[in-house]
Write a protein that binds this ligand. Structure first.
Ligand SMILES: Cc1ncc(COP(=O)(O)O)c(C=O)c1O
Length: 462
């Protein structure tokens, strides 16, 4: 039985897939401070215009420039594995496949968009890119991409992850990037937070504010900001994952997928795998498509669909998304990349449509699943990825109860070799499961009470 499926370099997808072209109900526009839709030139101090054009594009297919493909060939196409050893351990009739994004040099899916964003910035004449990072995967991916393309890179890393994962900073340094803990004293946004909460664990929302502030206050005009998730163009770049997976499943003779699963922080690895299958679902296929989040940061399962800022200092436009409120500081769980108050607008709209079935899982169940995966398939996963694996195990057990030979596909978004502190805590019994009290969510949502509200657009087909 084959346990891996490869594609040759000449079989790599040459176009990205844009779900915005196919959503049955349209995405609502981002809004400016006055409540009116923003125009592309309002984003120009933050992003280069070539990426802004992608952000607002309604084209279904967008060509991947040859020079980007040449960099991606260093590790792409990534392998599709059949998890035969996990299947055996679970004694399930389900067939479990995973797309292994941990084979990239920084160890996750993040370089798929880091390379593309660095390349478009360079084309536009930009010399330096600033960004935030949660677990450090995105910061290292952008440092890696900038080193290949000869750009400067500055990363604001959420304080709790900076302390939990010190070697991520060394990885960024090795690729020539600079990494500081956020909140820092290097920006007004950081100083304001430190004055209010000196011992804060930080959040992605705070780190984003700091990185944007540094980009827009550079008077030379040669610095821009890059985001590792959430935005349409980031999700677009990740669709190479799902497009490759489709070809690989075809190659191995699978005609149909029953369940597609990925963890979701801002939503980029999930969308990258799932969107080509969401397209199939829109066209009539029966597929359960499941994004998974931590119970302690329940953006998809408990937060409303609202207009909110992507960051604490309200520097981003208002985005139509599921949000716990931009001031929300999630409990310090080990899946740092899933500690985000918001969710990609494209994913949020797909949830409103009923195309997706979000789940939330506690971190102890996730670590139990990660350990089982490591002891069967061999790879130690990132804490973020463990959420997808926990959901896969639930689905495989369900398939056994139902006696169905389901095909389950999931995204193995990254390895956890820089995240072993979380495993250590798990083994010593020191990991907490945080169920967020409803009052805390309601308190956080007070910060967005006066903001405009999006419409709930739903075709009613799902
Ligand atoms: C390995 C890994 N998986 C998943 C995520 C979550 O991000 P996203 O939802 O954008 O894929 C991260 C973010 O840091 C990550 O490092």
């Amino acid at each position: 039985m084959p346990v891996k499926v490869f594609l040759n370099e000449d079989e790599i997808p040459r176009q990205w897939y844009n779900l915005a072209a196919d959503l049955p109900t349209p995405l609502q526009p981002p809004l400016g401070p006055d409540g009116n839709p923003i125009t592309p030139d309002m984003l120009a101090p933050v992003f280069p215009m070539n990426l802004i054009e992608q952000e607002v594009s309604q084209e279904r297919w967008i060509d991947i420039p040859e020079e980007i493909l040449e960099i991606l060939y260093r590790w792409r196409p990534s392998p599709l594995h059949r998890a035969v050893y996990l299947e055996k351990a679970l004694d399930t009739p389900a067939k479990i496949y995973y797309k292994n994004e941990s084979v990239s040099p920084p160890g996750s899916h993040k370089p798929n968009t880091a390379v593309a964003q660095a390349w478009y910035n360079k084309q536009f004449g930009i010399k330096k890119i600033t960004t935030e990072t949660g677990a450090g995967q995105w910061g290292s991916a952008l440092s890696f991409a900038c080193s290949i393309l000869g750009l400067e890179c500055k990363v604001y890393m959420v304080r709790i992850s900076f302390d939990q994962k010190p070697f991520r900073k060394t990885m960024m340094q090795t690729w020539g990037g600079t990494c500081v803990a956020s909140p820092s004293d290097q920006t007004q946004a950081g100083r304001d937070i430190l004055a209010k909460i000196p011992d804060t664990p930080g959040s992605l929302g705070i780190a984003i504010s700091e990185a944007i502030e540094e980009a827009v206050t550079d008077k030379s005009g040669s610095t821009r900001y890059a985001l590792g998730s959430v935005l349409n163009h980031v999700l677009l770049h990740q669709t190479i994952i799902g497009l490759e997976a489709k070809k690989q499943l075809q190659k191995i003779g699978e005609k149909k997928v029953d369940v597609v699963i990925g963890c979701a922080g801002g939503g980029s690895n999930f969308a990258g795998l799932a969107f080509p299958f969401v397209n199939d679902k829109i066209n009539g296929a029966q597929i359960d498509i499941i994004p998974v989040e931590p119970t302690s940061c329940p953006t998809m399962t408990r937060a409303p669909f609202v207009y909110d800022h992507g960051d604490v200092a309200k520097m981003t436009p208002l985005l139509p998304m599921h949000s716990l409120g931009h001031n929300f500081i999630p409990p310090p769980i080990h899946a740092g990349g899933l500690r985000y108050h918001g969710l990609a607008p494209l994913l949020s709209q797909a949830i409103v449509e009923g195309l997706l079935t979000p789940q939330s899982i506690h971190q102890n169940e996730c670590y139990e699943s990660a350990v089982l995966f490591a002891r069967t398939e061999g790879i130690i996963c990132a804490p973020e990825t463990s959420h997808a694996i926990a959901s896969v195990i639930r689905e495989a057990k369900k398939a056994k109860e139902e006696g169905k030979e389901k095909v389950i596909l999931f995204n193995f978004s990254g390895h956890g070799l820089m995240d072993l502190t979380g495993y250590e805590k798990f083994f010593s019994g020191g990991l907490m499961d945080y169920a967020l009290p409803e009052e805390e969510i309601q308190k956080s949502l007070k910060s967005i009470e006066g903001l405009p509200k999006p419409q709930t657009l739903k075709s009613g087909k799902w």
